[in-house]
Design a protein around this ligand. Structure first.
Ligand SMILES: [Cu+2]
Length: 372
């Protein structure tokens, strides 16, 4: 995913050197008993702190939700784990803690960590009191990359996904849960109108035809702009056309309304009720989500080198038999549905397919860690 602060492991040595050169910002001087004050600003999708380093002792966090959906703040580290209640957009909360020296992770715990995975995560260094010049106060990792050291868990991860089971093509049609989606759509501001047209025309519809084809890809979640993907899909559509899609590069530009979407994200709870991304998709968990560009061929003729591709391996949303959408909250279902959506690139004509898009699912798919 597009973590601004992910430090590639092979650059750690360089980052350390850079940090030593930058040296530490000493904690602000204050009376020993006066609590430090740190303001935290929450928004989609980041946590911004007024201080990167403070001295050990009492601290009061003043937290403002400057975003458009509810968030919260959790402070974790040195055996402390404390969080605020949910903070509505525009509201503030405070959290008073006493912190020992160490490094703390501050993140938004909303949405089973989906907000955290989208970037709502930062770090705070607490230096031993009165030891501002001590090496312990050096927040290495605060480098030109502009963030904190990435936790080990954020290092390179990869997934190999293979489509399987019944293959279906989804055609334009109405979204089957308009009443559930309507209140969520209210929060989408300028984009609401465009999204509302999808309530009538899909692509998330129950208008489904059986298809056949194969799809397999590998995706690498390497942080910043280094995510990558490599895969091929081949399938037939209702009209008998044969399509081939080669995906070999990720799309890292912001997706409207939700900046930080793009590239490869492993593990995400979103859509539906979560207020993360469009509610015109049921609430789901995804093992991997990819935004990519693809080379698209129809009956062996190149259609475009810039097809916009969105792929998810997610909780099953469709029932067997007629493959209608079976749930508004599908997040507890087995993760085995592989969705492939293909749209024309910016300014390009619609595809020769119903609705001008291609949307194909492999209903019983699987994933594994690729051999490295
Ligand atoms: Cu949040």
């Amino acid at each position: 995913m597009m973590h601004r602060h992910a430090v590639p492991s092979r650059n750690v040595a360089g980052a350390l050197l850079a940090a030593v050169a930058l040296a530490a910002t000493p904690p602000r001087h204050r009376a020993p008993s006066a609590p430090a004050v740190v303001s935290a600003k929450l928004s989609e999708w980041k946590v911004e702190l007024s201080e990167a380093t403070i001295a050990a002792g009492p601290v009061t966090f003043t937290i403002t939700n400057a975003g458009s959906i509810p968030h919260a703040l959790e402070v974790e580290g040195e055996r402390i784990e404390r969080e605020t209640p949910l903070i509505e957009p525009g509201a503030t909360a405070t959290l008073a803690l006493t912190l020992k020296p160490g490094t703390y992770e501050l993140y938004c715990p909303v949405g089973n960590d989906s907000h955290k995975k989208l970037g709502m995560e930062t770090h705070l260094t607490v230096a031993g009191s009165g030891s501002a010049e001590a090496p312990g106060a050096v927040e290495y990792g605060t480098t030109a990359l502009g963030g904190s050291p990435a936790p080990a868990a954020a290092s390179v991860q990869a997934i190999r996904v293979t489509g399987g089971g019944p293959v279906i093509q989804i055609l334009p049609g109405p979204f089957p849960f308009p009443d559930s989606a309507a209140p969520i759509l209210q929060a989408f501001g300028d984009e609401r109108e465009g999204l509302e047209s999808q309530v009538k025309n899909g692509p998330y519809s129950n208008n489904v035809v059986r298809s056949r084809g194969t799809f397999a890809f590998t995706a690498w979640d390497e942080g910043a702009v280094r995510d990558s993907v490599d895969g091929v899909a081949e399938f037939a559509t209702q009209d008998g056309a044969h399509w081939k899609l080669v995906i070999d590069r990720v799309q890292t530009k912001d997706v409207p309304h939700h900046p930080r979407f793009g590239g490869v994200i492993l593990g995400l709870y979103y859509h539906g009720v979560t207020q993360v991304h469009t509610p015109l998709v049921p609430t789901i968990n995804s093992a991997v989500a990819v935004w990519a560009f693809g080379h698209l061929y129809r009956n062996d003729v190149l259609v475009t080198d810039n097809a916009m591709v969105h792929v998810m391996l997610l909780s099953r949303t469709r029932r067997d038999g007629d493959f209608a959408l079976a749930c508004w909250d599908c997040s507890k279902n087995k993760i085995e549905e592989l969705q492939l959506q293909i749209l024309p690139g910016p300014g390009e004509p619609k595809f020769a397919a119903p609705g001008g898009f291609l949307f194909v699912n492999w209903e019983k798919s699987s994933s594994r860690k690729p051999a490295s």
